[in-house]
Structures are given as structure tokens and as C-alpha cells.
Write a protein that binds this ligand. Structure first.
Ligand code: PEP
Ligand code: MG
Length: 841
């Protein structure tokens, strides 16, 4: 059962709350008060909070299910955080709750006594005010300024929100920036309800949750009130700088962003949860995602605010205030610098998020509580840390998933300022060693410098999740799905990561280090030998050539693919052009990027996959309504056929490059002939629009069992098939590819999937079509042998795996591979199928 600790400045208050909660939840519950500070005279209790008292309360309440800590004001949070640091290896996770003390404790106690999980108990506590708020129904929200509604206004206007995704971070930042230019006090409210909020606060604006179609009432007072309102009207007419959407198209609906996935394998943690560090020598088990062994210091990224700033005695408030101001300036300069770097690498659209970050530095929602905490005696870093945590909690509590994600931006900015005060090196591009993350986003992985990073360890994820695919592309050993314990590893702790076994050893003993170093040497020697022959073709011992290609997920990877011996690109995941941006890339941008890749390939073939979004790849620029089962929903070709304009733009860009270079196109997630015919019609239109009639092969990805089983009928209408075994395995085994608990079902090569491969190859052969494999299976040397044995003639994989697969194919005779593959069809597990190929290697 989850335990609960109540931290208050007053011992009596803490005990009173505990008694109240017990009335509702019963005596069974581990419910511990931690109030007041240690003193000699119980008759005159001293108000305050004591970290050691909190620590022992947590220890008393602890169980493997974990402990939720609720607290009252100000320094109670710091004491609780410090108490967690003092814990000497807790038996379960500890989570700090931002919930109101009394209502939150009672709600949490009732949930805990009913056997709810820590996650559920924390959610109950957070939602505890809802009932009271509903009953009183005063319409006050967490971010409203109560004095605002009595402010006299000199000018006002109603603005329509006409940009597709509403007043999210970037347009809100432009709003704030415009409002601040004038000598006026500007307030904004949603028309038809809600209190006005100050327009100078990004948080307040975003928290309004204004979407496409909403109206905003802007009022201003002061010398330049009219000018301010006029400027904001103009800004609104430009869709707050995003451009306007005239129709409430499906794209204007709130975007479907999956709720955080149910926690897998030990559980990932939310920002406020503090995980105790694993003991030295502990072996954490996850899922092997990318081979290799690495030994190096841990480096946590994406951990939001990171660790609580170390304690130091605060100087006088004035000095601390100056310190904070300097840190804000330094953070502003850092943001400006990063903006420039990203603008140069990826363009202005991607860089615009930094404007929102800069606006947060001036945000009263952060500054006011930080200044108040400094006046009450906190250090600058603690004050800012606390304010950032509170504001992030406001974002997390919003209804709109897109806005909830903005909590990450607040925490990023929070970290920047805290680092600037304490002089710590910021994470960013400086990430080095063994990278630890809750879950690596594609953007995180793409930003890592493979020269400095040794390996990747994540709490969530699975081997076919896109972050894992990127790790393989970077040639970095990776273990995913390690659960919450990996997030407790302190920066700098030496880790031994084994990407084959799927384990991470914390602070390994010397004998383990020695053995691992030897294994690493052996692997390195094996790789070096494969690398030496990477540029030679993969010809089996009986003289059959198999083409070995690379999968790319970014333009910059093409040169490395060529360097490592890739004979072409069998899958270009064009999603990278669309990810994380609010606006769709136009035809010119797409054509330029494709041309850059084609040039880097220097005459080698390039298979471009049309946009494969949806499910685990939501796109801000293509918002979608929520789906119950996104992997079974509108993704891949289904999505682009709903938006033929997007597909046509992509086809036009591809055609322009195909006119000059050997480019083929393929469609993702095809299940039916109608989809192929509809896409062909869009292609024909794109040809007519561009006037380009150069030949270009059009193929489909076979990743839905229906396509494999119907390949005989589909083959007449396409030039080739490329088996996407990641999704094909997911759909055949009914096992979601991102779920680490299902790793055994997702591991390849599943005999049932091999049967679908055979069906596809046979159908293709009957119509003279070629078949490739571009799922992760192609990059496993043993599976590659089986696939070649089944008649696949092109294997496309993460770049780093090309030399190893070529070496494996050279070791076998195709005739032997064929026999092994036929036998593999009749095995009962992926392991058994794989062993048949390993016997040949
Ligand atoms: C696949 O599903 O196997 C595939 C290659 O596509 P993606 O991994 O991009 O979904
Ligand atoms: Mg796929």
C-alpha cells in the first residue's frame, strides 16, 4: 500500500491533517506526520520544517509501492526535497505532490487505502480541489489575477484565434512580446467566461487554453493602451505570426497527443518524483536496443530541472536578487545563442521555440514567486527552482495535451537559470558519457554528438521505438525500458552498459569492469574486421549478391551511410522534415533536403518513404483528433490520403529530385488496393502540376498483415515491396512496439512474421517485382541470413549495422540460408528461428 507523509510548518497541523485523513481512510494506512522543527520545549512548538524529520517519516511510511509526500508552504518543499536526498536507498519510489495539503492528503489517503498505485494516489491528490471549486463555482482559475476584473480599461477589442493550434507557446510568446512593447497594462480573457489574466505573462496566456475559433477579450489601460490593443489586433490578424486558417478543418482540432504511455518495466517517473539512487553494483535490466558494450560516467539529460540545487547559506535578499538577475541575463544569452544554432541547422520555424523560452525569463508567473522566496530568505537558485516547479505543475494540470507538454519548456528554462546561478555546465550539446533519459525523443537523439556520447540508457521505450532506431543509426550501444531506477543514478556514476544483454551495472566492481573491458575489446576487433571490408559487396559464398542499404532519418546521415559501405538508402523516413514544427515544410524545402541526400549518395539509389505520421509520431503541424488506439488509427498512408495536399506537395518535391537522381518512392502502412490507387491518382496530379514525367518506381511498405497476405493482388499495381518488419511484427503479434513488457513478442524473427515474408516474396516473384526489408530485423545478422534465404534481395538497416550484416552474408551460402529459413518457418519461437541462422555464422 502506498504510504503518505504530511509535511507542515506546524506539528499540530500535520498531526491534525493525519487524524482527519485517518477518519476517512482507516487505521491500516502508513500515514505519517512530519511537522515543526525539533525543539526542547513541546509546550512552545517552533514553526518550521526539518528535513531529517521528514526523512524519518518517509522511512516509516515506506513500502515497495512508494510514498507520496504532501506539504504546506515555501520551505516545506525544500525540506522534503532535501529529505529525499538524505534517504539512504529507499525500498520504493518517493513522489512529492503539489496538491493542497488538507484536501490532497484526504483524497490520497482514501485512494491509497483502496490499493491504488502511487501514480493513481498522486493523481487523486492533485485533483482534490476540483470538487470544492466546482461547488463554489467562482470561476477563479489558478492563473487568474483577481484584481484584474476591476481594472478600468482605456481600450479594448475582441480578437479571434485563427491560427491552427491556438495560443500555444510560440504565438503566445509573440503576444507577450507585443503587449510588453507598450506603456500599458494589458489583460486578456477568453470571451464568454474566465477572469482576465495579465498579457505580460506567457504562462498566464498559455494557461487560457485558447484554441482555433475562440475569441479573446483584450483590455488595456495606461498611456499607450490604444496602441497596444491595435498592435495586438494586427498580430491576431496574422494568426499570431503563425498564419491563419480560414476553415475549421480537421487540422484545426486539438491535436491528439497520446497520454503518457502506461509505465513499462519498473515504471517511468514524472518530473516531481524523486528516485533514490541504486546501490553500487546493482544490475538494472532493460531491453537490448543497440549492441555494444560501453563503460563511462552517467549523464542525465531531459530530466527537467535536474537535481535540487545544493544547499548553501543564502546571502542577504538584495545580493540573491542580483544573483538571480545576472543568471537571467546569462540564460537569455544562452537561449539567444541556441536559437542561432538551431536556426542555422534547421531553419527559423524550429528555432522559434526559443522565443517562448526567452519570454519565460520575463514571466511574472515565475518571477513573482521567485522574488518572494528570495525575500523570505531563499537562495536565488532555490527560489527559481521552486518557482519553475510550481509553474510547470500549472502547465501539467491543463486539459490540452499540447499545452501540458509546455511544462518541459518551463523546466528547461528553469534548469538554465539554476545552472547559471550555480555555475554548472548546462546539459545541451555538452552531453557526454552514458546518456540517461526517461525517454529519448527523436529530437534528443538527433542532437547527441556521437563523438562524446558512449551509450544510451532510457527508463522507457522498446527496441523498435524510434529513439532506439536512432541509437543504432548513431552506432551507440543502447538499453531501453530500464524503468524508474535508472533515473536515480547520479551524474558521474560509472556505468557499464551492455547493449547485447540489455543490462546496466551501476558502479561495477573491479572484476566486472575487467571482464567487460575485455568483451568490449573483442567486439571492437570484430567490428574493425567488418569495417575493413565494408565497401565490398555482400556476396554469399555461392556467389549471390544481396544489396545492403541504410535507413536514414535525417539529411546529415547520408554521408556517414556511404562511409560505412551502404550501397544506397532503402528507407528515408521523411518524418524528420515535419517533426516538432508548427508549419508544414513547403515543396522547395523538401526538394532541397532530398537533393542534398541524393547528392551525398553520389549516384546510389534512394528510396523515399512518404510521410509516415500518426501513432507514436504525432505532428504539431498536422493536428489530429484523439484516438483510442493510435497504432490502429489514422497513420501512414491513411493520414496523407486524408490530406492529399500534403501528399501532393511531397510527391512534387520527390519528382523534382527523381528527375535528376535515382529516386524511388514508397507508401507506408498500406492495407488495401484502394489506398495504392488513391495515392497513384495524387502522384499523377503531381506529375501534371510539375510537368515531370521521368520514370520513378512506386512501391509500398508491407507492414500490415493484410498487405502481406494480399501481396499477390497488390503486386500488379506496384513496382516493389519493402517489408517494414517493425510494424509487421507489431500487428502480427498484436504487441505494441513501444511497450517494453512485450519485448519477447516483439523480438525477431518471429516464425509467423517469416511466413508473411515468404508469402510476400512469392507473390512478388510471380509478377517480377523485387522485395526488400527495411525493418529492424534486416540489421540483425542472423535474421538477415534468414531473410536472404527467403528470397529478399535488398536489406536496409541502421547505418552502423551495415558492415556487420555484410560480413555475415559473406559467411554463408545462399543454399544453406534457404534451408535454414525454410526450417525457421516451422519453429515455435523467434529464438529457435534465430538459432538456425546462428549455426551458419
Ligand atoms: C517498420 O515498420 O518496419 C518500418 C521500417 O517503419 P517505421 O519503423 O518507421 O514505422
Ligand atoms: Mg512502420
Amino acid at each position: 500500500m502506498v504510504g503518505i507523509v504530511v509535511v507542515s510548518h506546524s506539528a499540530m497541523l500535520a498531526e491534525g491533517v493525519v487524524r482527519l485523513a485517518r477518519e476517512m481512510a482507516g487505521e491500516e494506512l502508513a500515514l505519517e506526520p512530519a511537522g515543526g522543527i525539533e525543539d526542547d520545549d513541546p509546550a512552545h512548538p517552533v514553526l518550521g520544517t526539518d528535513a531529517d524529520r521528514v526523512r524519518s517519516a518517509i522511512e516509516r511510511a515506506m513500502s515497495p509501492d512508494g510514498v507520496l509526500v504532501l506539504m504546506d508552504l515555501g520551505s516545506a518543499l525544500m525540506s522534503a526535497e532535501f529529505a529525499v536526498e538524505l534517504l539512504d536507498g529507499a525500498a520504493g519510489p518517493v513522489r512529492l505532490s503539489a496538491a493542497p495539503l488538507v484536501e490532497g492528503t484526504v483524497a490520497a489517503a482514501v485512494a491509497a487505502s483502496a490499493g491504488a498505485s502511487l501514480e493513481e494516489v498522486a493523481a487523486e491528490a492533485r485533483g482534490a480541489l476540483a470538487m470544492k471549486a466546482g461547488q463554489i463555482s467562482d470561476g477563479v482559475d489558478a492563473t487568474a489575477d483577481s484584481e484584474a476584473d476591476v481594472l478600468p480599461s482605456d481600450a479594448s477589442a475582441e480578437l479571434e484565434v485563427r491560427n491552427a493550434i491556438g495560443l500555444h507557446a510560440r504565438p503566445a510568446a509573440r503576444f507577450v512580446e507585443t503587449a510588453r512593447r507598450f506603456d500599458a497594462d494589458v489583460r486578456v480573457a477568453k470571451a464568454g467566461g474566465g477572469n482576465p489574466v495579465r498579457a505580460g505573462s506567457l504562462t498566464n496566456l498559455v494557461a487560457l487554453g485558447a484554441r482555433f475559433g475562440d475569441s479573446l477579450v483584450v483590455t488595456a489601460s495606461g498611456a499607450e493602451a490604444e496602441a497596444a490593443v491595435r498592435a495586438l489586433q494586427e498580430l491576431a490578424q496574422s494568426g499570431f505570426g503563425d498564419g491563419v486558417t480560414s476553415e475549421p478543418t480537421p487540422a484545426a482540432q486539438p491535436r491528439a497527443v497520446a497520454e503518457p504511455r502506461p509505465v513499462a518495466a519498473g515504471g517511468a517517473v514524472a518530473e516531481a518524483e524523486v528516485v533514490p539512487p541504486p546501490a553500487p553494483g546493482a544490475v538494472l535490466s532493460g531491453v537490448a536496443a543497440s549492441g555494444g558494450v560501453a563503460i563511462g560516467p552517467a549523464h542525465r539529460i531531459g530530466g527537467g530541472l535536474g537535481e535540487v540545487p545544493a544547499d548553501r547559506a543564502a546571502d542577504d535578499p538584495e545580493t540573491e536578487r542580483r544573483r538571480l538577475d545576472h543568471a537571467l541575463d546569462a540564460a537569455r544569452a544562452g537561449i539567444e545563442h541556441d536559437r542561432g544554432v538551431v536556426a542555422a541547422r534547421a531553419g527559423d520555424a524550429d528555432a522559434a521555440i526559443f522565443d517562448a523560452h526567452a519570454a519565460l525569463l520575463d514571466d511574472d508567473a515565475l518571477l513573482e514567486p521567485a522574488h518572494a522566496a528570495i525575500s523570505a530568505g531563499a537562495t536565488a537558485e532555490r527560489a527559481w527552482y521552486g518557482a519553475a516547479q510550481e509553474v510547470a505543475a500549472i502547465y501539467r494540470g491543463l486539459d490540452e495535451p499540447l499545452l501540458r507538454e509546455r511544462a518541459t519548456d518551463v523546466l528547461d528554462v528553469g534548469r538554465r537559470v539554476v545552472d547559471a546561478v550555480t555555475g554548472a555546465e548546462s546539459a545541451g550539446g555538452a552531453a557526454a558519457g552514458v546518456i540517461i533519459a526517461d525517454e529519448l525523443t527523436p529530437a534528443d537523439a538527433a542532437a547527441l554528438d556521437p563523438e562524446r556520447v558512449l551509450a544510451i540508457a532510457t527508463a522507457r521505450g522498446s527496441p523498435t521505438a524510434h529513439a532506439a532506431i536512432l541509437s543504432r543509426a548513431l552506432g551507440l550501444p543502447a538499453v531501453v525500458g530500464l524503468g524508474a531506477p535508472v533515473l536515480g543514478v547520479a551524474d558521474g556514476t560509472i556505468l557499464l552498459l551492455d547493449g547485447e544483454a540489455g543490462t546496466v551495472t551501476v558502479d561495477p566492481p573491479p572484476e566486472v569492469m575487467t571482464a567487460a573491458a575485455a568483451a568490449r575489446e573483442r567486439l571492437a576487433a570484430h567490428r574493425a574486421a567488418a569495417l575493413k571490408h565494408a565497401h565490398e559487396p555482400a556476396v554469399t559464398r555461392d556467389g549471390v549478391r544481396i544489396e545492403v542499404f541504410a535507413n536514414l532519418g535525417a539529411a546529415g546521415e547520408a554521408a556517414r551511410a556511404v562511409e560505412l559501405g551502404a550501397e544506397g538508402v532503402g528507407l528515408l523516413r521523411t518524418e524528420f522534415l515535419f517533426l516538432g514544427r508548427d508549419m508544414l515544410p513547403d515543396e522547395d524545402e523538401q526538394a532541397d533536403t532530398l537533393r542534398r541526400i541524393a547528392v551525398a549518395l553520389d549516384g546510389r539509389p534512394l528510396v523515399v518513404r512518404t510521410l509516415d505520421a500518426g501513432a507514436d509520431k504525432p505532428l504539431p503541424a498536422l493536428p489530429m483528433p484523439p484516438e483510442e488506439n493510435p497504432f490502429l488509427g489514422v497513420r501512414g498512408i491513411r493520414l496523407t490520403l486524408e490530406r492529399p495536399d500534403v501528399l501532393a506537395t511531397q510527391f512534387r518535391a520527390i519528382l523534382r529530385v527523381a528527375a535528376e537522381y535515382p529516386v524511388k518512392t514508397m507508401l507506408p502502412m498500406v492495407a488495401t488496393l484502394d489506398e495504392i490507387l488513391a495515392a497513384r491518382a495524387v502522384l499523377a496530379e503531381a506529375r501534371a502540376q510539375t510537368g515531370i514525367d521521368a520514370p520513378m518506381e512506386l512501391g509500398i511498405m508491407v507492414e500490415v498483415p493484410a498487405a502481406a497476405l494480399g501481396a499477390e493482388r497488390l503486386a500488379r499495381h506496384v513496382d516493389f515491396f519493402s517489408l517494414g518488419t517493425n510494424d509487421l511484427t507489431q500487428y502480427t503479434m498484436a504487441a505494441e512496439r513501444g511497450d517494453a513488457r512485450l519485448a519477447a513478442l516483439l523480438a525477431g524473427p518471429q516464425p509467423a512474421v517469416l511466413r508473411l515474408v515468404r508469402a510476400t516474396v512469392e507473390a512478388a516473384a510471380a509478377h517480377g517485382r523485387w522485395v526488400g526489408v527495411c525493418g529492424e530485423l534486416a540489421g540483425d545478422p542472423a535474421a538477415a541470413v534468414l531473410l536472404a534465404g527467403l528470397g529478399v534481395t535488398e536489406l536496409s538497416m541502421a547505418t552502423g549495422l551495415v558492415p556487420g550484416v555484410k560480413a555475415a552474408l559473406r559467411e554463408v551460402e545462399l543454399a544453406q540460408a534457404r534451408s535454414a529459413a525454410l526450417a525457421a518457418l516451422d519453429t515455435d519461437s523467434a529464438d529457435a528461428a534465430r538459432r538456425l541462422a546462428l549455426e551458419l555464422l
